[in-house]
Design a protein around this ligand. Structure first.
Ligand SMILES: *[C@@H]1O[C@H](CO)[C@@H](O)[C@H](O)[C@H]1NC(C)=O
Ligand SMILES: *[C@@H]1O[C@H](CO)[C@@H](O)[C@H](O)[C@H]1NC(C)=O
Ligand SMILES: *[C@@H]1O[C@H](CO)[C@@H](O)[C@H](O)[C@H]1NC(C)=O
Ligand SMILES: *[C@@H]1O[C@H](CO)[C@@H](O)[C@H](O)[C@H]1NC(C)=O
Length: 617
């Protein structure tokens, strides 16, 4: 009797398991991920009870626990947690005594990746300053713009970036205190920092600031939607949540993490260095990504984890073979933007590396992580996933890219397999702190009255779709930016700049895809002024002076007029579809030839060479 009962229970369980495997094959993975997230929140909570609530607290906690553990390896230097702690104390003291900086001051930081980027930053955190990271590719014109938008009064610039600031006209820099991270100052505009730091105490500051976790921590510049780059506020909560990244991907304190992405982006500073601090691991920092050095560095430093963006992986698979690419110990690559074709090649060529693909935004806290072994999706839309991170995909109008509303004004969820706009409700965990000095742009990112009166959602501007198995796939980024070489290019910014050239009347900027490249290459449809001719050299010279190289249009399409019968968006869609193939349009097309510093006529032969990869962009 007992045996019979036992057998039928076992049989029942087996049947249930079988049913689960067929109907919900990802149930366990979903559940495990959910529990991991929950676990992380618990850890976070427990640490908060001990007063560890900010990025800085987390760093200080590791510096107390493991003072002699190497934290940053950079070129020939190795700095332990304690070294960085002491040096950042020295910076804090120098800024306080020599620069009178205090809690709440906003300081802009313009530096390449190097240990002092982190020491200066942490030093400023110790004073309670808010730091704004400037992109090292920006031009003199944008330095000022960035300054004005975030309200900084102090600028700290790396010794190798001084020239950028020197180009800004002196009268515009009147009220800005400028420091150079060097022993001597190149001119009287700047004050040198390193000679002061040497005389400062490295002892722990007695009066670390009290910080509200809901307040602002950083400004990070994004060119998310329209216009010049905007300073996104990144709160303390978002920072501390981001620090879980490597742990969620499966890294541990024993890992050696290789970071080649620029620190002024959130991925490297919060997910990367922050993720490393959270684990108490070691990070090998690189000034700039180099495909030829990548595996050599990994071997030299026994790297076990690398952080990537899609473009970086593509550079690696396009690079000729080096002996180190199979001799390394990298076991995990974590990042975002990896396409499945590159992933296949990556793993085939570089060995058994586990890939953890995620999705995240600077402005909001929504994020996904690819934790199954499926190729292609960026994450899961499972029941558990939505429980921990609520979001929705909304049906949209393909002409306007606005969400479709019913007669009663409510939005509609996208069907399975249909692309929708990713939106996330604003909650205590999903903060959106807006852009500094830009109420209009901030409000534009919000959707109101989505499913009921009064609800508010953050609009990511990204198109995703989910399949019947609840996998989420990335489709496109809406609107006025496109990605090239790992950067967002703002089409309005480029078109404003082109509009300043004396022979251009109007310019419409968009991105075109080229086989073998991530993202989109810039293209400009331009209308010339009456009685003016295209002068490629002049345009090239203008671009060099005004825009970072990644934003230069590679292709020009000279039109007699911009078609006004269609809306701007419709026209763009058509232009993007027609691309840069000279067989598709009668309009003359030009290609930016960097060796000639000129735009040259794009012939069918040249087109073939670009598409086949003979000519490299
Ligand atoms: C690009 O735009 C997205 C969407 O607004 C933003 O989250 C991201 O941080 C931007 N990336 C860079 C490198 O500015
Ligand atoms: C890398 O690991 C090997 C073997 O464990 C060890 O001999 C070597 O010293 C390590 N190199 C570094 C830079 O840590
Ligand atoms: C998701 O992760 C799996 C295995 O770790 C990998 O095979 C797949 O390529 C990843 N997805 C993407 C989009 O990278
Ligand atoms: C094009 O511009 C360059 C530099 O401004 C100038 O030297 C050159 O004469 C111009 N060419 C023509 C054909 O106008």
């Amino acid at each position: 009797m007992i045996t019979l009962l036992f057998t039928s229970v076992v049989a029942g369980l087996l049947a249930l398991l079988l049913y689960q495997r067929v109907a919900y094959p990802f149930f366990w993975l979903d559940l495990i991920y959910y529990l991991k997230l929950r676990g992380y929140r618990k850890t976070l909570h427990a640490r908060m009870q001990q007063g560890i609530i900010t990025y800085l607290d987390c760093f200080l906690y590791q510096a107390r626990r493991n003072p002699n553990k190497p934290f940053i390896i950079f070129e020939k230097q190795t700095l332990t947690y304690q070294d960085v702690d002491r040096r950042s104390n020295q910076f804090a003291n120098a800024f306080r005594t020599e620069g009178s900086l205090k809690q709440g001051d906003i300081v802009a930081l313009l530096m390449f990746n190097e240990p002092d980027f982190i020491c200066v930053w942490l030093g400023l955190c110790k004073l309670g300053c808010e730091v704004a990271f400037l992109n090292v590719n920006i031009k003199a014109k944008s330095v000022l713009h960035c300054f004005q938008t975030c309200g900084a009064k102090t600028l700290v610039v790396g010794a190798d970036l001084v020239h950028l600031v020197e180009e800004v006209p002196p009268d515009l820099k009147d009220n800005i205190a400028m420091w150079v991270v060097d022993h001597m100052s190149p001119s009287e505009e700047f004050r040198s920092l390193l000679d002061k730091v040497e005389h400062m105490s490295g002892e722990t500051l007695s009066d670390l600031p009290n910080v509200d976790i809901m307040s602002n921590f950083l400004f990070i510049f994004t060119s998310g939607t329209t216009g010049l780059s905007k300073a996104a506020r990144v709160g303390h909560l978002k920072a501390i949540v981001s620090m879980a990244f490597f742990e969620m991907c499966g890294a541990t304190a024993d890992d050696i993490i290789y970071i080649t992405l620029p620190l002024y982006h959130m991925s490297a500073s919060l997910l990367g260095v922050g993720g490393c601090i959270h684990l108490g691991a070691t990070c090998v920092l690189k000034k700039k990504f180099s495909a030829s050095q990548f595996w050599k560095d990994c071997v030299k430093h026994n790297v076990t984890v690398v952080q990537y963006i899609g473009e970086l992986c593509r550079y690696l698979v396009n690079h000729p073979t080096v002996p180190e690419e199979k001799a390394h110990r990298v076991r995990l690559a974590a990042g975002s933007g990896l396409r499945s074709d590159v992933w296949m090649e990556f793993v085939n060529r570089f060995g058994r590396i586990k890939i953890r693909e995620g999705y995240g935004l600077t402005e909001a806290s929504i994020g996904f992580l690819n934790y199954t072994d499926e190729v292609g999706p960026i994450g899961r839309a499972s029941y558990f996933n939505k429980l921990s991170m609520p979001f929705e995909l909304l049906s949209y109008d393909p002409q306007t890219y606005e969400p479709v509303r019913t007669d009663s004004g409510r939005c509609i969820r996208a069907q399975i397999g249909e692309a929708g706009i990713l939106v996330a409700p604003l909650t205590a965990m999903n903060q959106f702190m807006g852009y500094a000095g830009n109420k209009v742009q901030s409000e534009k990112k919000l959707l109101r009255d989505v499913f009921e009166t009064g609800d508010v959602y953050f609009n990511t501007g990204d198109l995703l779709f989910h399949d019947y198995r609840d996998f989420l796939y990335f489709r496109d980024r809406i609107g006025d930016t496109f990605r090239w070489k790992g950067e967002n290019v703002s089409t309005t910014e480029v078109s404003e700049v082109l509009g300043l050239v004396d022979f251009i009347q109007e310019a419409n900027i968009y991105g075109v895809t080229i086989p073998g490249y991530e993202g989109r290459a810039g293209m400009a449809a331009v209308v010339l002024k009456q009685d003016h001719q295209l002068n490629g050299t002049k345009l090239y010279n203008h671009l060099v002076k005004t825009l970072p190289a990644y934003a230069w249009p590679w292709f020009l399409r000279v039109q007699t007029s911009l078609d006004v019968t269609e809306t701007f968006k419709q026209q763009k869609v058509k232009l993007v579809q027609e691309g840069f193939n000279p067989d598709v349009t009668k309009d003359p097309l030009y290609f930016l030839d960097l060796s000639q510093k000129d735009y040259i006529l794009l012939t069918a032969a040249l087109y073939e060479d670009i598409v086949s990869g003979k000519i490299h962009l």
